[in-house]
Design a protein around this ligand. Structure first.
Ligand code: BDR
Ligand code: CA
Length: 305
């Protein structure tokens, strides 16, 4: 089983991903970050959801705001007032030990053996590699849900140019994606291609997933979309079955400001320009196509109770 740290701003699709990871990965710890919800709420959600699915792993508290931009509102419209559909009482505390220290120590303890799965803004990862650059060559790989490169017309979900996780903290994303860490990106190009309907979710006989996803499904319907994109779960699907993804390699940079804040840019050719924004950036693995039916079937089989 893949040994992972699960870095999340836990909302509804993050919770689906955690349930899937609990079945198929060795989770060392859950590190929380602001994003869909405030970081304290993410800690509370991670604890509540883990408890509900019988997962016993430590939960850590990370960054509460972006590196440079002012904080932007939580995604309560999509994920509900508390990020988990607003359906459960949550008795858990938002206080926890430091996520950055945990990431740094875990990588040092598991050189070349630890995968970080990051499904929220990349702030915790940026802070960790800035604080301890020695861990960069020791991270086996970082698997990210984030970004958009325009395949199948998928170029953004917050703005026409930007995907939510990258838009939330574009400076962190630019630092991480242009670093020497081997990154696998699951952008909107693939995550919007794999959806589940209300009937699909009901057929899992998983009361917790059914309950938390009602609001998300209603939000999608209001916006003319039937069903729910599995977004964050595709990171776990990639770890289980990388052969179901079509991967392109290219260096990646992120636009940090102005109207296309959060846009992910890849190198399309290598013209001899005077100034190369990709100079020194490692080619990253970008998943641009997916065998959606295989991914969905594997996810459904893993979660069915
Ligand atoms: C991403 O945004 C968040 O709302 C989801 O949890 C996912 O990580 C999709 O753009
Ligand atoms: Ca997320």
């Amino acid at each position: 089983m893949e040994k992972i740290i699960f870095d999340t701003d836990i909302g509804v699709d993050d919770a689906f991903a955690l349930a899937y990871a609990a079945k198929s990965c060795d989770i060392l710890g859950i590190t929380c970050v602001f994003g869909n919800v405030a970081v304290e709420q993410a800690v509370r959600n991670a604890r509540l959801f883990s408890h509900k699915i019988g997962l016993d792993v430590p939960v850590y508290r990370g960054s509460s705001r972006p590196l440079a931009h002012l904080p932007t509102p939580s995604a309560w419209d999509v994920h509900g007032a508390d990020g988990l559909g607003g359906v459960f009482d949550n008795p858990w505390s938002g206080a926890a030990e430091n996520a950055i220290d945990f990431i740094i120590q875990s990588v040092r303890d598991n050189p070349d053996a630890l995968t970080i799965v990051a499904i929220g803004p990349l702030t915790n990862i940026a802070v960790a590699i800035n604080q301890a650059p020695d861990i960069i060559p020791q991270i086996k790989r970082l698997v990210v849900m984030g970004g958009a490169f325009g395949s199948h017309g998928h170029s953004g979900n917050v703005t026409p140019f930007a995907e939510f996780n990258i838009w939330k903290d574009p400076h962190a994303a630019d630092q991480v994606l242009s670093s020497a860490i081997p990154v696998v990106m699951l952008p909107l190009d693939v995550t919007l291609e794999v959806t589940v309907s209300g009937d699909d979710i009901r057929s899992l006989n998983h009361p917790v997933l059914s309950t938390i996803s009602q609001g998300y499904l209603a939000y999608s319907k209001q916006h003319g979309v039937e069903g729910m994109a599995l977004h964050d779960t595709l990171t776990i699907a990639y770890l289980n079955h990388p052969e179901w993804f079509g991967v392109t390699t290219s260096p990646v940079r992120v636009v940090t400001d102005r109207i296309n804040r959060g846009q992910t840019l890849r190198q399309l050719n290598s013209p001899a320009t005077r100034d190369d924004p990709f100079a020194g950036c490692r080619p990253q693995s970008l998943c641009l196509t997916v065998e959606a039916e295989h991914v969905k079937a594997h996810f459904m089989a893993a979660l069915r109770q």
